[in-house]
Design a binder for this molecule. Structure first.
Ligand SMILES: Nc1ncnc2c1ncn2[C@@H]1O[C@H](COP(=O)(O)OP(=O)(O)OP(=O)(O)O)[C@@H](O)[C@H]1O
Ligand SMILES: [Mg+2]
Length: 511
């Protein structure tokens, strides 16, 4: 197979911390190579070097047979290297079509060819099976729609090397299925090579031809996908074996802690009722647009409620804004960490302590630095957040470690109900187990845990009880142990279940 891009012996440091150490990696024509590794292993940094975002400190880079000096993003793009970044990078005030063709605008006689670009954008979206008007302003779109636009943008460049850094982290089964069809089509053309980064290891069997595994900034192993087992892949990624992927602790259901009665909010949440008991973890399943995120936002007081009542420990409470919820011990770790969950320009320390200032104030109403330091150190330790120090900008952490900070800041305070929206999105297999164990810890302390997840194996494997939402309503409820992907999908779609990627009862197999 022709080697399209080849990185050899790459070193890269940030502020004196070496994050890539002698890493070699290549992409060949006609293949999908999966780049795997735990959070912070250096995957994004490596592909950013290949796509001209970062420059390397040492090592060589050959692209289409020619040795390359330092690249710029524009230079890489011109060479035929396109990248879908892990964090969304769209201009929210521009339309879908304008974003797709940003920097490569089509013109006719020196004038922007708006109608042509819109039509071309429509064709690309169509090839992905996305029903979206190219003239929609991106800021109005959901996270998953924005991710699909990112993908369409990269496809439109018609690159020979296409890098996808966690493209599916916000997508649901049907969208992933459509994306895989496109990926296979591009690969089977034979002239393109695709680099695929994902923490959803169960996706690999649908698309990966080869895997390259990194750990702690080093290259560990590359192998044909058919020549390596999933357990071996995981062992190479984490450097040890992981025994239990979903360490659900069984505990007796205690008193009722929390109850939502007939909650309606906007068009997305309709007459939702459910209860949450001490010692249980409830998962909310559903497809994109089912109203799950909107439900969490309405409960937390981000969005207005139209009707309905909320009870905590038997008494009715009134939540009109997030501060009301937080005061009652009801907290939310939101879905879009970059936008809602994290102050990317503040340090990790500040992110953790900001919502918890009340508990670290000293006698004079000033922050007690010692208490603060302890809280930060404990959170970093409990969640095994990988960082050079607590003063680093939260925005410069790897994706998975950012997510841990979002979760961590809520764990630092005494809460009654903790709501997680996609808590393990973009989090590696070992860190997922850490997050599950954290939820177990909350559960054992009598805290009610509610989590929204689009990862079916996770919902089935970890939730004690599962609520399924469809079109704003709760359409199904299962005891975790009794649920299967098919049963959930049936309730989530209220149609007969079609064959989807990762469908079936893959409870044992899926990661
Ligand atoms: N701009 C930066 N400044 C400082 N440190 C950085 C920067 N970018 C990355 N790092 C550090 O480099 C290391 C590797 O990060 P990278 O984002 O490449 O990991 P990753 O393998 O993509 O992880 P994830 O799966 O969580 O996305 C991390 O420790 C991260 O904190
Ligand atoms: Mg990354």
């Amino acid at each position: 197979m022709e080697i399209l891009a080849e990185l050899s012996h790459i070193d890269k440091s940030f502020f004196g911390v070496k994050v890539l150490d002698d890493v070699s990696f290549d992409v060949r024509a006609g293949e999908v190579v999966a780049l795997l590794g735990e959070n912070g292993a250096g995957k994004s940094t490596l592909v950013k070097i290949l796509s001209g975002v970062y420059t390397r400190d040492a090592g060589t880079m050959k692209i289409f047979g020619s040795s390359m000096g330092d690249l710029t993003p524009r230079g890489a793009q011109d060479l035929g290297i396109a990248i879908i970044h892990q964090e969304l990078n769209l201009c929210s005030h521009l339309t879908v079509a304008e974003n797709i063709f940003l920097g490569r605008e089509a013109t006719l006689g020196g004038i922007l060819a708006k109608r042509e670009m819109s039509a071309a954008a429509g064709r690309i979206l169509g090839s992905l099976n996305i029903d979206l008007d190219p003239n929609t302003v991106v800021g109005d779109l959901s996270v998953s729609m924005q991710q699909l636009v990112e993908i369409a943008k990269a496809l439109s460049a018609d690159a020979r090397v296409l890098i996808m850094d966690e493209p599916t982290s916000a997508l649901t089964a049907k969208e992933i299925d459509d994306l895989f069809v496109v990926i296979r089509k591009l690969r089977d053309g034979g002239s393109r090579g695709l680099v695929y980064i994902s923490h959803r290891l169960d996706e690999l069997k649908h698309i990966a031809d080869r895997v390259s595994i990194m750990r702690d900034g080093r290259f560990i192993k590359s192998a044909g996908f058919s020549e390596i087992t999933m357990d071996e892949i995981i062992a190479h990624m984490v450097g040890r074996e992981i025994k239990e992927k979903f360490p659900r602790v069984e505990s007796a259901r205690g008193r009722k802690i929390f109850e939502v009665r007939n909650l309606s909010a906007g068009n997305a949440v309709k007459d939702v009722s459910f209860e949450l008991y001490e010692g249980e973890t409830v998962g909310i399943a559903g497809l994109m647009g089912a109203g799950r995120t909107e439900l969490t936002r309405a409960i937390f007081g981000v969005d207005a409620k139209d009707s309905g009542r909320i009870f905590l420990d038997g008494s009715e409470i009134f939540i009109n804004c997030p501060a009301d919820a937080i005061a009652r011990g009801i907290v939310l770790a939101p879905e879009d960490r970059k936008k809602d969950g994290l102050c990317v320009r503040l340090s990790v320390r500040e992110n953790i302590t900001l919502p918890n200032l009340d508990s670290i104030l000293g006698g004079m109403g000033v922050v007690d630095r010692k208490k603060e330091g302890n809280m930060v150190a404990e959170t970093v330790k409990n969640l095994a957040i990988k960082l050079s120090g607590p003063e680093i900008n939260a925005g410069s952490l790897s994706g998975g470690n950012q997510q841990k900070v979002v979760v961590g800041k809520w764990l630092a305070r005494n809460s009654r109900v903790v709501i997680f929206d996609e808590p393990t999105r973009g989090i590696d297999v070992a860190a997922k187990v850490e997050i599950y164990n954290l939820m177990n810890g909350l559960k054992k302390n009598g805290i009610g845990v509610l989590f929204v997840s689009s990862e079916m194996p996770e919902i089935i494997g970890f939730a004690d009880r599962i609520l399924v939402m469809c079109e704003g309503r709760v359409t199904g409820e299962f005891i975790g142990k009794e649920a299967t992907q098919n049963k959930i999908l049936e309730r989530a779609t209220r149609f007969e279940v079609k064959k989807l990627a990762g469908d079936g009862n893959e409870r044992e197999e899926a990661v």
